[in-house]
Design a protein around this ligand. Structure first.
Ligand code: SAM
Length: 233
């Protein structure tokens, strides 16, 4: 699977792939990472990529020309590339999107900067647009990395143990039950005693109860979804 990060600041992204799971996935040829800098496609003699907003308003907006040319170039090399823009003005990215997008062969993530991207670029080139939450970042690089990371772990072979995907939060509406590691007692704090007794059916029931309690506390709307799903099944 290939990712192309369309960004004015590739340095902000490169470091993330230099360690851990995604580094190993690149080494195993499961992932390939490319960068495309709109500045390299600017026809401005100073390689400018932004300008003031038409109609007024604070800040600079990314011009259409460098992005049109960069994305045309990308599409001419791979007509199957799936182009994703990250912007706060979009639906939130969720786990089902990560699983669905893991089936694509090539995804390009387009990161905005300044006050954002000229809307005509998004209208012309976006296959999808996503927000990563109701807050404003200085640029789209972190958001693009968030999507890339979440998608990649759903790609076969990227995680050492694919079972870990099955029990995670958001596979069902319930959040995952709390996890504990060794030792069983640490500085006077013990793990729940039921976890230690080896009765797997009791451990499962306890984990379900803890899962429901966590979901009720942190994400009550998810618990409601869980109850509806249970009633329908
Ligand atoms: N003026 C824009 C607005 O109010 O909607 C915000 C622009 S923001 C400072 C610059 C860039 O950061 C955006 O073009 C987008 O690519 C990225 N960005 C900021 N917040 C984001 C979010 N919550 N989700 C996804 N991308 C985001």
């Amino acid at each position: 699977m290939t990712y192309t990060f369309v960004t004015l600041f590739p340095n902000l992204i490169e470091g993330y792939f230099k360690d851990s799971i995604l580094k190993r996935a690149i080494e195993k040829n499961l992932l390939e990472i490319n960068y495309l800098n709109p500045r390299d496609h600017s026809k401005n003699k100073h390689f400018k990529v932004d300008d003031t907003a038409v109609g007024g308003g604070a800040g600079m907006v990314m011009n259409p020309q460098p992005l049109f040319d960069a994305l045309d170039d990308l599409k001419s090399k791979d007509e199957d590339v799936h182009i994703v823009f990250v912007t706060p003005v979009a639906k939130p990215f969720v786990q089902n999107d990560a699983k669905r997008l893991a089936k694509k062969s090539h995804i390009a993530f387009v990161s905005g900067r300044y006050e954002g991207i000229d809307e005509r670029v998004i209208e012309k080139y976006a296959d999808e647009v996503f927000s990563i939450g109701d807050y404003i970042l200085t640029g789209g690089e972190l958001a693009s990395l968030v999507l890339c990371d979440a998608i990649s772990r759903n790609k076969e072979g990227v995680l050492g143990n694919s079972e870990s995907l099955e029990v995670e939060s958001f596979e069902t509406p319930l959040l995952e039950a709390p996890s504990f590691s060794k030792p069983q007692n640490y500085e006077g704090l013990s793990v729940p005693s039921e976890y230690l007794k080896g009765n797997h059916s009791k451990i499962r029931s306890l984990k379900l109860a803890l899962s429901e309690a966590k979901t009720k506390f942190f994400r009550p709307e998810q618990l409601l979804k869980h109850k509806v799903t249970q009633r329908l099944s």
